[in-house]
Design a protein around this ligand. Structure first.
Ligand code: AMP
Ligand code: ZN
Length: 469
């Protein structure tokens, strides 16, 4: 039985899926105006691990995570670089996907982009207006009528009257809202900004409506799990609930999961504070497997302080794990007997215990820190309980358990020297550039480099084609 700490109920609730054997999960993704920082990587790694554990337990997981590709910061970036918002967001979506691949994060079932879902947003806003939950004002802005939604505050456990008390003083003259608590669903365009036509004005959606719409479209009105960093509880997730439940007339998500912050010098790591490292920067010093492992050494609901010492310690721990995997492979390559001995059979009971410890830890609100302890028990077991005389069946049983459990955490035990598609495309692009600049020596050099990686290029009329050789 999997128990999940649910922000909505503030307790660890038993997981009961809407459809037996299936899990629907929506994770709020990054705003793509720059490289992602390692704080953004925490929810990605944590919820990828949650997803992997559900799969391990036999569930079919439908995992949706968005990219917010319309936002003030993207527009600002586009103006600074004298380019379009689309160019900026497409660039950083591609870079983010590279980082995710290197952190061994499984591709989502779907990564919707806000700009591709505008019609759905207009439809939901219209439904909210029709039901009296939203209203347009004279400048074309559409607001959500917060007080009309009975359950407002249920996720963040805030009292709506306290909210108003805190906000009353910020009501500015000229503001066309009915109530300071009302939030924006649609806003009029400003010169030079991306915009879409709508019944109210040419403009763009507010941030919160994106997730309500994408979650509904790809996962349905009610989903099992909605997740993100704890800074999203209020107002983002609270507003998503208000929008979705009012529009759909159904509960939005049964379980709300939130990861705690990644900190640096005990302050939240964030772009606005400027105290961040990008995942790309860290990848220059460490294999991103180390970053992943580091994130999982602490329970996801505990704050985690980033430091060089902890990264070094994660690196050493990971090495101990991969070294044990290597030893196991060596032993398997030189076995002399097939069948398990009686002594080995007795030892298997210990191995089974490690698996139950692992599952018990993960069942308890995904306690990866304790699950890692079970992995180290297997490492120790390999180092002390196997030798050159171990049977094939015995080694195979250890191998299966070790690899399966490591895979739940996304730990790669065997580094395949496989060249990633993205790496190949990158080099091909560089070669094209070199050719354009008539630097044929460089172009040939890149072709040879690719060949040495086992990739053969073919220049055809339709462009460059490649194949693995
Ligand atoms: P953003 O691009 O700021 O919307 O953030 C994308 C995701 O990263 C959200 O789920 C945030 O809650 C999460 N996030 C941002 N900063 C941190 C941090 N320092 N630690 C943990 N999660 C974070
Ligand atoms: Zn969201």
């Amino acid at each position: 039985m999997i128990r999940i700490y649910n922000t909505l109920t503030k307790t660890k609730d038993e997981f009961k899926p809407i459809t037996p054997g299936k899990v629907t999960m929506y994770v709020c993704g990054p705003t793509v105006y720059n490289f992602i920082h390692i704080g953004n990587a925490r929810p990605m790694i944590v919820f990828d691990t949650v997803r992997r554990y559900f799969s391990y337990k036999g569930y079919e997981v439908n995992y949706v995570s968005n990219f917010t590709d319309v936002d003030d910061k993207i527009i600002k970036g586009a103006i600074e670089e004298n380019t379009t918002s689309e160019e900026i967001s497409q660039r950083y979506i591609a870079e983010c996907k590279k980082d995710m691949e290197a952190m061994n994060i499984l591709p989502a079932t779907k990564n919707p982009q806000a700009t591709q879902e505008i019609q759905g947003m207009i439809n939901m806003i219209q439904t909210l207006i029709d039901k009296g939950y939203a209203y347009p004002v004279s400048d074309g802005t559409v607001y959500y009528r917060t007080r009309k939604f009975q359950g407002y505050g249920k996720l963040s456990h805030k009292n709506i009257d306290d909210l108003e008390g805190g906000h009353r003083d910020i009501k500015v003259t000229g503001d066309l809202k009915e109530d300071p608590l009302d939030f924006v669903l649609w806003k009029p365009k400003k010169e030079g900004e991306p915009s879409w036509p709508s019944p109210w004005c040419d403009g763009r959606p507010g941030w919160h409506i994106e997730c309500s719409v994408m979650s509904k479209r790809y996962l349905g009105d009610t989903i099992d799990i909605h997740a993100g960093g704890e800074d999203l509880i209020f107002p983002h997730h609270e507003n998503e609930i208000a929008q979705s439940e009012a529009a759909n007339g159904a509960p939005f998500a049964h379980y709300w999961m939130h990861n705690a912050f990644l900190k640096i010098n005990n302050e939240k790591m964030s772009k606005s504070l400027g105290n961040f490292f990008t995942v790309r920067e860290i990848s220059e010093k460490y294999d991103l497997q180390v970053l992943r492992f580091f994130m999982l050494t602490t329970h996801y609901r505990k704050a985690l302080n980033f430091s060089a010492e902890l990264m070094e310690s994660a690196k050493t721990s990971l090495q101990r794990i991969t070294t044990a995997a290597e030893l196991l492979r060596e032993r398997m390559a030189s076995v002399t007997s097939d069948e398990m001995t009686a002594e080995e059979e007795a030892k298997i009971a210990t191995l089974n215990q490690f698996r139950s410890n692992f599952e018990e830890a993960m069942d308890d609100d995904f306690n990866t820190a304790d699950a890692i302890t079970a992995i180290f028990d297997i490492v120790k077991f390999i180092n002390t309980e196997t030798d050159a005389d171990s049977s094939k069946a015995f080694l195979q049983a250890i191998h299966d358990e070790f690899y399966q459990l490591a895979d739940v955490l996304g730990i790669i035990l065997e580094k395949k020297e496989e060249v990633l598609d993205s790496e190949i495309e990158d080099l091909i692009h560089k070669r094209q550039e070199a050719r354009k600049n008539k630097d044929f020596a460089r172009a040939d050099e890149i072709r040879d480099q690719l060949l040495s990686m086992g990739i053969q290029l073919k220049d055809t009329r339709e462009g460059v084609k490649w194949q693995r050789v």
